[in-house]
Design a binder for this molecule. Structure first.
Ligand code: NBP
Length: 473
């Protein structure tokens, strides 16, 4: 009997996805370049629905048609190499699926070149790490819609479920699934940085203990902030090693794997302000400069007396300020992520359904959160809006709390506590709601030194002015 699907790449993600598929009743052929890994998987998980293969040809021949071949290998050249190896072995209309974290432009290229050979290629964003892969990830499939119809049942079955719905929905053509996953990762960076800033303020300005922080985050997890990251943060505060809290022993250097960088490069390419996500990436870069930060503290002397004052803080008030500031800043980072998706839709000729995309993120992935329901509802009720923050629901949420964000940032700035992502969120809102900005001066300067011309408020057209010698010394 032929297998329903084949998985190539049996490292953490591939093995767990294969097990997930097998648990859901699908016959799965498995293959890995290093064949000893196949043996290891069969030894540890001799699933009745697995068929193990040590040669690519036999693996391919074991699959029912059209063949569904799921690659879960390291992104980059391994994907291209595998496609090259598979091409002589497969038939027209077979489907190659790349579930890795591939760069979306590679996916666009691969899809195009395989389409010319009448082979389908799906680029599928998968989120949720090892646990998600095994028991239900969030899945963002992009590519030919007909090809997806051969995978939709499997994907929906193995995906996470949230509020009774599968966290899997066809996104759009070619690289769109990997693109959405990339933006999701950028938002994840922002979410984590904002939580870390909330923690920093509560700890340094609020002087809260780890037990109190666990309690505060636990309370927040029963509010509009309810989310996986808030929940695990509350748990993290409680973990002790002997007398000491583990968190206090962890080096303050945050690492990264690169998808946050892609999101930012892409935003620059498309001219979209994703400042909260950018601030989160910069904060990771700066966190790596531990030695220089220790030096800087001794070189840049902050003689602001407020930086030491803790006794003028009302603890209850600061919790509320931080909570509201975290919530608004989170809204802004999601708004920026969706704004980037909106620009990408136009640039790459995709067709996104933001209400559905936000629903995919509700389960399986790191950014799962209750407020994704509100985002989905907001997009559903206001199609064709320019920005999530313009929707009735979110503009009201922001207006209710904006003063708190302003107050908290002022407090942090006065005391020299760095909260760059929250500050970026406030800057974004303030910039947005300024109908008459200072950009007129930039246009005048550009025209002065480079004759770049400018538009006027009082007349239509493009103008140049002979600035030199037309003013009094
Ligand atoms: P890795 O990203 O560590 O890749 C290891 C797998 O790639 C092994 O099966 C390896 O085979 C195979 N491989 C390599 Br490397 N070069 C190959 C080649 N030239 N031909 C064939 N196979 C090759 O595995 P992972 O952590 O399971 O992740 C898989 C994909 O999923 C990646 O794109 C990753 O970015 C993405 N992802 C990971 C996570 C996560 O939490 N880990 C989450 C979401 C997405 P070998 O055994 O012979 O070396």
């Amino acid at each position: 009997m032929k297998s329903n699907i084949g998985v190539i790449g049996l490292s953490v993600m591939g093995m767990n996805l294969a097990l997930n598929m097998a648990d859901n009743g699908y016959k799965v052929s498995i293959f890995n370049r290093t064949t000893s890994v196949v043996d290891k998987v069969m030894k540890e998980h001799n699933h009745k629905n697995f068929s193990a293969f040590y040669a690519l040809k036999e693996f391919v021949d074991s699959l029912e048609k059209p063949r569904r071949i799921f690659l879960m290998v390291k992104s980059g050249s391994p994907v291209d190499m595998l496609i090259e190896q598979l091409l002589p072995l497969i038939d027209e209309e077979d489907i190659i699926i790349d579930g890795g974290n591939s760069y979306f432009k590679d996916t666009i290229r691969r899809e195009r070149s395989l389409r010319e050979k009448n082979i389908y290629f799906l680029g599928v964003g998968i989120s949720g790490g090892e646990e998600g892969a095994r028991f239900g990830p969030a899945i963002m499939p992009g590519g030919d819609e007909k090809a997806y119809s051969y995978l939709s049942e499997i994907f929906e079955k193995i995906s996470a479920k949230a509020y009774g719905e599968a966290c899997c929905k066809y996104i759009s053509t070619d690289g769109s699934g990997h693109y959405v996953k990339m933006v999701h990762n950028g938002i994840e960076y922002a979410d984590m940085q904002l939580i870390s800033e909330a923690y920093t303020i509560l700890k340094t300005i609020g002087d809260f203990s780890n037990e109190e922080l666990a309690e505060i985050f636990n309370d927040w997890n029963n509010s509009e902030l309810e989310s996986y990251l808030i929940e695990i943060t509350s748990n993290i505060f409680k973990v002790k090693e002997g007398e000491k809290y583990l968190l206090d022993l962890i080096m303050d250097k945050a690492s990264q794997k690169g998808t946050g960088k892609w999101t930012n490069l892409e935003a620059i390419d498309l001219g979209v302000d994703i400042s909260v996500i950018t601030a989160a990436l910069n904060a990771r870069f700066m966190s790596g400069l531990k030695d220089e930060r220790i030096k800087a503290e001794k070189i840049i002397l902050d003689n602001n007396e407020k930086s030491l004052a803790k006794n003028d803080i009302n603890k209850k008030e600061i919790i509320e300020l931080v909570k509201n500031s975290l919530y608004i800043s989170k809204i802004v980072s999601y708004a920026q992520g969706f704004k980037l998706l909106s620009a990408a839709e136009e640039e790459y000729d995709w067709n996104f359904d933001f209400a559905e995309i936000s629903k995919i993120f509700r389960g399986g992935c790191i950014i799962r959160a209750k407020f994704l329901n509100d985002i989905s509802d907001a997009f559903k009720s206001s199609s064709n809006i320019d920005n999530l923050i313009f929707t009735d629901f979110f503009s009201r949420e922001i207006n209710l709390r904006l003063n708190d964000l302003r107050k908290l940032i002022s407090m942090a700035v006065e005391r020299g506590v760095a909260v760059s992502a929250m500050t970026s969120a406030l800057g974004y809102i303030d910039t947005y709601k300024t109908p008459r900005s200072g950009a007129n001066l930039i246009q005048a300067q550009r025209d002065y030194f480079g004759s770049h011309t400018f538009e006027r408020l009082d007349k239509e057209g493009s103008f140049h002015y002979d600035w030199i010698d037309s003013y009094d010394e």
